[in-house]
Design a protein around this ligand. Structure first.
Ligand code: 2IT
Length: 460
């Protein structure tokens, strides 16, 4: 008996059905986790071309397995504030996938943190880390602890309590956390100190460490620099460069800071930054001591940008986001879903030519569609903000070798990794028949490496 022929139309239809069922399963099995649903949908919908070509991925249930974290740990974090009050927060670590290396991803301390947000971030991290070309799996963690207005002592006691539970789940070959929103050098120090004390071991269990105790040069700048290096590659495809471009940046934390610095160095004029209180419009450009001042704003622990306006005589727009300002390049570096369809249409009306995501999933799906339909350059955070975790990977290498590289050496690696990620996205999009679609390119290229590793390692 001959098997009925699988025509391309039949294969397309069955992949479409498979994706539709998978997405409705994700919603049904993870009720209320809307950020996680959004992140899975964005990835899975763009994988049709590779699933049509490789039905073995469907047969081996690679995607069904990928959307289920290896494990998601939640724990209570009790700590005492400066008034002697007892406080209770929730801690998390989502270990999503370790097919290509130890779990790797940041810790976020923010009042909005919940399982949905950490699952979305952990899921994105799988593909991002795969794109870096380095051997790292995907994970994410954090707490709903709100660092705003907390003293150093409170932050230290919280971090020590958090690590007293987390330490049993992590390790330099198991899971290597780092910073994210609300977790910078100070927090990594307190976390590392407690880990070392509990394990009586000095290992590269965290990245983003201080320079004298195993940290890497350029790690603080790396996410923002990487965003700008990626954007530079995008602009090159149109024969353009940063020089003379007006750049709108959102956020004022670690990613925004690095992006503002590097965009300025390359001749761009950055005119905005933003915080939860509103945005700054500085028509003279944000560079030099103004960039350094961003670090002070962050260190104040108030989570506001308004003082910048008073200090440097710039405009402050309370309660607004910077997307009404005319810019050639936009770099959203604040947080998820910070730029919606209305913002996208304003930016496009004002002649935007490139949007490079610095945060994780800052553009809503409707905004992404608007940019793609307008035919401008658009890249997803999992490709363009991968420089941070890539440099964490370089920190891990230096720790394993018990060496530290010069800033030039790390920066050279970072630049070549960003250029490689850019080519991987462009190449995969072209091969899938959607040239210029960086979302599809990033998802397919990131997925393929992890999927092949999962296939090789058998059903788990
Ligand atoms: O979103 C991210 O890639 C990070 N917060 C950095 C993670 C890391 O392990 O350096």
């Amino acid at each position: 008996m001959t098997k009925p022929a699988i025509t391309p139309e039949k294969s397309k239809a069955s992949v479409h059905n498979y994706i539709t069922n998978l997405l409705s399963d994700v919603v049904a099995r993870n009720p209320g986790e809307k950020e996680f649903h959004q992140a899975v949908k964005e990835v899975v919908e763009t994988l049709a071309p590779i699933l049509e070509k490789h039905p073995e991925y469907i047969k081996a249930k690679v995607l069904d397995r990928l959307i289920e974290p290896d494990r998601a740990i939640t724990f209570r974090v009790g700590w005492q504030d400066d008034q002697g009050e007892f406080r209770v927060n929730r801690g998390f670590r989502v270990q999503f996938n370790n097919a290509i290396g130890p779990y790797k991803g940041g810790l976020r301390f923010h009042s909005s943190v919940n399982l949905s947000i950490l699952k979305f971030l952990g899921f994105e991290q799988i593909f991002k880390n795969s794109l870096t070309t380095l051997p790292m799996g995907g994970g994410k963690g954090g707490s709903d602890f709100d660092p705003r207005g907390k003293s150093d002592g409170e932050v230290m006691r919280f971090c020590q309590s958090f690590m007293t539970e987390l330490f049993r789940h992590i390790g330099p070959d198991t899971d290597v956390p780092a910073g994210d929103m609300g977790v910078g050098g100070r927090e990594i120090g307190f976390l590392f100190g407690q880990y070392k004390r509990l394990k009586a071991e000095f290992t590269g269990v965290l990245t983003g460490k201080g320079l004298s105790w195993g940290g890497s040069l350029v790690r603080p700048e790396a996410t923002g620099y990487g965003v700008v290096y990626f954007c530079q590659e995008q602009l090159k495809t149109k024969g353009a460069a940063f020089k003379g471009k007006t750049v709108a940046v959102s956020g004022f934390g670690n990613v925004a800071w690095g992006a503002v610095k590097k965009a300025g160095e390359l001749g761009g004029k950055v005119v905005t930054i933003s915080g939860p209180d509103g945005f700054i419009y500085d028509k003279n450009g944000i560079s030099g001591e103004k960039t350094d001042y961003m670090l002070q704003l962050r260190a104040s622990g108030q989570d506001i940008v308004e003082p910048y306006a008073r200090k440097f005589g710039a405009e402050f727009h309370a309660g607004m986001r910077p997307w009404r300002i005319k810019a050639d390049v936009a770099l959203p570096c604040a947080t998820q879903n910070e730029l919606n369809a209305g913002d996208a249409s304003e930016l496009l009306k004002n002649g935007l030519m490139c949007l490079t995501e610095g945060a994780n999933m800052p553009c809503t799906p409707e905004a992404v569609t608007a940019f793609q339909e307008a035919g401008i350059l658009f890249s997803p955070g999992k490709a363009s903000n991968a420089g941070g975790v890539a440099t964490s990977g370089l920190e891990m290498s230096q720790n394993s070798m018990r060496m530290s590289w010069s800033a030039d050496e790390v920066d050279k690696h970072l630049r070549s990794i960003m250029a490689d990620i850019h080519s991987a996205c462009v190449g995969a999009a072209k091969e899938a028949g959607h040239p210029g679609n960086y979302v599809m390119g990033a998802n397919i290229a990131g997925f393929k490496k992890v999927a092949d590793a999962m296939m090789a390692q058998g059903l788990v």
